[in-house]
Design a protein around this ligand. Structure first.
Ligand SMILES: *Cc1c(COP(=O)(O)O)cnc(C)c1O
Length: 229
């Protein structure tokens, strides 16, 4: 399949999932995850109107970012180390992987020094897998209470990764739980403002995520493809 066919198929599947769940197509936004593909493919995605680009590691993203710059909206998705924060803040538009207080503090400090507000998602380890980053669900409220101290970070919502399942339907409880956590934070007014967004759903499970309320889906293989090794 070439890029145009993949885009068309993804669009059709997103549309169908929206229709099944009574959601507006505009409420679901797509991040093209480009960690497996070249600069050239990013440029083709941009030409086709896919402007939200996701990368996992600064080392891999750097050259692409230097070439593409602000033609794209950049989303940082990977586990973030403190010494990389200076590279990401001011270049990426949104960080999806805020998963501990020290990284929140580092992002806030850097954003404040640059005089900007950094958009972020709190990553939650809903599935409890030891290999996954993220705040444990029962620590989310205490973590969120700290946010008012870090006013150079604006939290858009919650992010999670479901375990890979051969049967995508199995991921549903993970996505449902993330939605319930968002609703609970809003009901209890834990943050100084309401949070709207859910960053959830990847190539294998995005339709289930949409049915459970995803507002940002992050698609690598199924959309941008996989090149090289
Ligand atoms: C790689 C990655 C994706 C996209 O993965 P695919 O399964 O190829 O769609 C989405 N989110 C995160 C955090 C990733 O690391």
């Amino acid at each position: 399949m070439d890029l145009d066919e993949r885009i068309q198929q993804v669009e059709q599947r997103v549309n169908e999932a929206c229709r099944r769940s009574g959601r507006a197509r505009n409420d679901v936004r797509i991040i093209a995850v480009t960690k497996y593909v070249s600069l050239q493919t990013i440029q083709q995605l941009l030409q086709r109107g896919l402007k939200d680009i996701g990368e996992n590691r600064w080392q891999d993203a750097r050259e692409k970012w230097e070439q593409v710059g602000s033609q794209a909206n950049w989303h940082f998705l990977g586990h973030l180390q403190s010494n990389k924060v200076k590279d990401i803040v001011g270049k990426f538009n949104t960080i999806h992987s805020i998963d501990r207080l020290s990284i929140l503090q580092a992002i806030d400090r850097r954003a404040s020094a640059l005089g900007l507000t950094m958009n972020g998602f709190i990553q939650v380890n809903v599935s409890g897998e030891a290999t996954k980053s993220g705040i444990e669900p029962d620590k989310l409220e205490a973590f969120s209470e700290q946010l008012k101290l870090y006013s150079s970070v604006r939290i858009m919502g919650l992010m999670t990764m479901a375990p890979y399942e051969a049967e995508p339907e199995q991921t549903r409880p993970v996505f449902r739980k993330l939605r319930e956590l968002r609703d609970l934070l809003n009901e209890k007014s834990v943050l100084p403002y309401r949070i709207e967004h859910l960053s959830m759903g990847m190539s294998n499970d995005f339709e289930v995520a949409i049915e459970e309320g995803a507002t940002w889906i992050r698609l690598g293989t199924v959309l941008a493809g996989r090149e090289g090794g």
